[in-house]
Design a protein around this ligand. Structure first.
Ligand code: NDP
Length: 323
């Protein structure tokens, strides 16, 4: 019998239980995959705690890589044994799973399963943020919160490759060194330094046209103070907790600011958008300008330990669950 991690009731990391998983056969338009690695992402915590509600019970995880072992009716363009990866459809913490064929991409030979599981969601998120939400250009100065995190390290390197100056916040000295080694020009330890004052100092008072904020409750309002008039606040996550409701009048007071709350799933709603984003990611990784290292590995059955580490801010860069 196949195994998977199940959530039967939302709660702390201990609700993640290793248990039997009846996969069934692929329906029309579906593939069956034997997974070799699954990605660990902060969204998995939101699903596990119920912040993003799912009907119970469910298998969490929104990212994985593996090979096709069965193909449903009406699927064209894939063969048994093809190496594929995905980011999005829930059910990733499993040895085998079913998935709609239009939600996967074929992996280039240069990218192995572990690296794919480490980068699909975080890398395509970086692509969305830097290339679509606010297209970063040479000469821009940007602020990236949680700059040594999974999305953060990719954002720093990619923004640097686009010619930007990168200011990044991190929770410790070790993470500051790591961010600096990945393209962050000005790491700020926001647990000790006031990042608003630091941004003003670094930019000589001119501040920023964009802030990328995945930390949420603890940073949202202060991030607005890092923006110049008509700047864009990109709030794309809430690792520190949900953001309080916003009085829109504040955006006027702080300089006619813009706010967006993007989610990857609307930016890659079609297969051609998904493929285009994945292709850009594969290209920049192949060029060597963005390196995605697996910095933590846990066996899939130990997913609860992986969640504890992620929530305790003990991880940096990307983490995978090995199968
Ligand atoms: P990270 O590796 O970035 O882990 C979260 C990091 O947030 C921590 O390492 C920590 O870094 C920082 N952090 C700050 N405050 C807290 C806190 N109170 N508790 C825990 N962590 C805190 O995770 P991911 O790369 O997986 O995801 C980054 C963010 O991107 C998440 O918020 C996620 O939801 C979001 N995201 C959004 C997507 C979208 O479509 N909108 C898609 C993918 C991800 P430090 O110690 O340096 O402060």
């Amino acid at each position: 019998m196949n195994k998977a991690i199940w959530v039967e009731a939302v709660g702390g990391p201990d609700v993640l239980q290793w248990s039997d998983h009846e996969v069934g056969r692929p329906g029309p338009g579906q593939l069956m995959i034997r997974q070799h690695a699954a990605g660990l992402n902060y969204i998995d915590v939101y699903h596990r705690t119920g912040l993003y509600p799912k009907s119970l019970p469910f298998v969490p995880g929104v990212e994985g890589a593996g090979e096709i072992i069965a193909i449903g009716d009406g699927v064209a363009g894939f063969s048994i044994g093809d190496r594929i990866a995905y980011a999005g459809p829930i059910g990733g913490y499993a040895e085998e799973r079913l998935i709609d064929a239009d939600k996967v991409v074929r992996l280039p030979n240069s990218i192995d399963f572990d690296q794919a599981a480490a980068m699909m969601l975080q890398g395509m998120t970086a692509q969305m943020l830097l290339r679509s939400v606010y297209p970063v250009a040479a000469g821009d100065t940007i602020l990236v919160h949680a700059a040594a995190g999974g999305v953060g390290l990719i954002l720093c390197q990619w923004a640097k490759a686009l010619g930007a100056t990168v200011i990044g916040t991190v929770g410790s000295k070790a993470k500051a060194g790591l961010a600096a080694a990945h393209g962050c020009d000005h790491p700020i330890i926001y647990t000790k330094q006031d990042f608003v004052a630091e941004v003003a100092r670094i930019t000589g008072g001119s501040k920023l046209s964009v802030v990328y904020d995945s930390v949420g409750r603890d940073t949202f309002l202060k991030s607005l103070d890092c923006l110049r008039p008509r700047g864009l606040m990109v709030s794309f996550g809430q690792a520190s907790g949900p953001i309080e409701p916003l009085n829109l009048g504040l955006l006027a007071q702080k300089g006619s600011l813009f706010v967006t709350r993007p989610t990857l799933f609307t930016y890659m709603a079609t297969h051609s958008e998904l493929q285009a984003s994945a292709d850009e990611l594969f290209d920049i990784v192949a060029s060597g300008k963005v390196k995605v290292e697996v910095r933590q590995r846990f066996a899939l059955r130990q997913a609860s330990e992986a969640h504890r580490a992620l929530e305790n801010r003990e991880t940096s860069g990307s983490t995978i669950l090995t199968i």
